[in-house]
Design a protein around this ligand. Sequence first.
Ligand SMILES: Cc1cc2nc3c(=O)[nH]c(=O)nc-3n(C[C@H](O)[C@H](O)[C@H](O)COP(=O)(O)O)c2cc1C
Length: 382
Amino acid sequence: MTTEPHLFSSLSLRDVTIPNRIAISPMQQYVAGKDGLPTAFHLQHYGRLGIGGAGLIFTEALAVTPEGRVTHHDLGLWSDAQVEPLVPIVEAIAARGGVPATQLIHAGRKGSVGRPWEGYNPLDETTAARGEEPWQTFAASAVPANPGWHVPAALNKNGIARLVDAYAAAARRAARAGFRALNIHAAHGYLIHSFLSPLSNRRDDDYGGDFARRTRFLLEVTDAVRAAWPAGLPLFVRLSCVDDQEGGWTLDESVALARLLKDLGVDVIDCSSGGLGERTTTRLIARPEGYQVPYAERIRAEAGVPTQAVGLITTPAFADSVIREGRADIVAIGREALLNPHWPLQAARALNHDPNFSAWPPSWGWWLEKRARSASAGRASR
Ligand SMILES: Cc1cc2nc3c(=O)[nH]c(=O)nc-3n(C[C@H](O)[C@H](O)[C@H](O)COP(=O)(O)O)c2cc1C
């Protein structure tokens, strides 16, 4: 009997026990209805993931203000009216034991664009004709994310203070909706990342310049969210651990920031990378399986804080090795779970943790086990 952590060992963070080390990574769907409200598709999607058996299931990012959306079709948590409609999603996730989790976003200078499959271009008169009016975006500095994209307005101090309050208010709403883990999105070029990176933050006030000033906005948001979010529930922060661009944010800075976040009561650093400008990314980094795991490994070792690894983790054996080798505490699966929402259940089978379908809904598992038995009996008699 081994006590070594592995993919199907539980993990306790504050008062929450996550039944295995697999998270579903936050993935925006861009199919919200009017006013950032969920649709039947969301319930189907998160219900499927709930059945799929991941221990921790993040919904897509929820916008903290209307201007904090990426597209007109994003879910939001900027008003009390958005709490109740999220409850069925929380219940669908939790129905088979997954921990329901969500993420808070302000898209900053990467907002006011069309949906990815509609071109992912800045909104303009053409999109306005189909009901998608552009809006004024905000960021650390008036520097667009990509050539030809909206020029954001640099936030002033009042605007920053209002947004810190908006994150805290959204965190309170997330708790009311029943979410049991929360992730602050500070990655992928969205508002908070635009403050962290020297490539997008050209300010010379208290919120720009050296490391302490560039990290100040995130630390203020984290402090306010930690105070608003129940003390018994874990808080994650997703970082782009490197910018993947010359002269950008570095892994050394991520390690130093992770230490500060841990001191503010952050329980897990969720280690992603890149995305500062979608179309200027130089892709300095090769992308084999688990290419971002080294960031999670180094932050875990050097900042002494649990980490979540994400990015092209697609095979059960590799995911298990990340946990067994102590490279991260949780592995998050993104696109692979779109391809196969039962990935965690199938991984449990592949790793011989659940050879007999006992972790599946009994109304399916009984049949699948019987079918597997008769198939192997058939093979044996041949
Ligand atoms: C459709 C889609 C939507 C995404 N939306 C978010 C999001 O809301 N928040 C976030 O932090 N990352 C988002 N991401 C990034 C994923 O969470 C994940 O980090 C990325 O896809 C890499 O993991 P994967 O290779 O397992 O897909 C999104 C990715 C995809 C494919």
